[in-house]
Design a protein around this ligand. Structure first.
Ligand SMILES: NC(=O)C1=CN([C@@H]2O[C@H](COP(=O)(O)OP(=O)(O)OC[C@H]3O[C@@H](n4cnc5c(N)ncnc54)[C@H](OP(=O)(O)O)[C@@H]3O)[C@@H](O)[C@H]2O)C=CC1
Ligand SMILES: O=C(O)C1=N[C@H](C(=O)O)C[C@H](O)C1
Length: 230
């Protein structure tokens, strides 16, 4: 994503201030830029957030595989600077999440929800940040808590599907940029909402758009839905 971001930054006519890699300290870089964009690894996030807080600049977070401690750190730093965190910066997935929430709300709890994703063989986290974001949208639409409804995989599982569960299945292979489907399975019919990423540039362009939108905002925690006014 680092290379894709550099390209998208140049395409949008902005200056690329520089990158941070393992072992580098983000601090000096943060004082030289208007917005910090983090697509790295969960272990890198806290140092980047601290550097942005000290420099007083906004942060776009695309890194996935985040745990509760990362979300708590994001909430904390968002009291001081604007922060946008999302599992997917693309226009298409942001719209998909909106549609999934609507579908879950209208179809109701009798329709089983399964989320299937496929990514390239190098991806390290599962389920993807996007799958979780779509799960949150579905849970929101149903008015339930995803943590309580979440069910991962049926390997080794016996017994019927739990009513109200939101299931996740992750596939890995090849060079897939990112496919996500949310399946609403009812009695004798199914509705499937799908997004296929054909190139990683869609994420990079979305992150640049998010950065442009974030500059000059009040401190707070924002999402791509805010950027696209959905
Ligand atoms: N929100 C979105 O729309 C999208 C999110 N992503 C997410 O972005 C993240 C990066 O994806 P991708 O580029 O494919 O992953 P890569 O593994 O290719 O790149 C991650 C980069 O972060 C660096 N890094 C890892 N740990 C640290 C650290 N502790 N400090 C500083 N740098 C570190 C790595 O360095 P090194 O090379 O030395 O290991 C590498 O350069 C993933 O979490 C992915 O899921 C990806 C696409 C879209
Ligand atoms: O690692 C990736 O490649 C991607 N990660 C994000 C995710 O976890 O959902 C977004 C996109 O699907 C590509």
């Amino acid at each position: 994503m680092g290379h894709a971001l550099q390209q998208a930054i140049a395409d949008a006519g902005h200056d690329y201030a520089g990158g941070v890699d393992q072992g580098d300290k983000p601090g000096p870089l943060a004082t030289q830029c208007d917005v910090l964009v983090d697509f790295s690894a969960p272990g890198a996030l806290i140092a980047n957030l601290d550097a942005a807080r000290v420099a007083g600049i906004p942060v776009v977070i695309g890194t996935t595989g985040l745990g509760e401690e990362h979300h708590a750190a994001i909430d904390d730093v968002a009291r001081a600077i604007p922060v946008l965190q999302t599992g997917n910066t693309s226009l298409g997935v942001t719209l998909l999440a909106h549609l999934v929430k609507e579908a879950a709300s209208k179809l109701g709890p009798d329709w089983d929800i399964e989320i299937v994703e496929m990514h390239h063989r190098m991806k390290v986290d599962a389920p993807s940040g996007t799958a979780l974001l779509l799960g949150e949208a579905a849970a929101d639409g149903r008015g339930v808590d995803l943590a309580a409804a979440r069910e991962s995989g049926r390997d080794g599982h016996t017994g019927a599907r739990a009513k109200g569960a939101i299931g996740f299945a992750a596939l890995r292979g090849g060079t897939v940029a990112g496919d996500h489907s949310v399946i609403f399975a009812g009695d004798e019919e199914r509705v499937t909402l799908t997004h296929n990423a054909e190139n990683r540039m869609i994420f990079a362009r979305g992150a640049v758009k998010a950065g442009e939108w974030l500059i000059g905002r009040q401190p707070g925690r924002y999402t791509m839905q805010d950027v696209l006014d959905l």
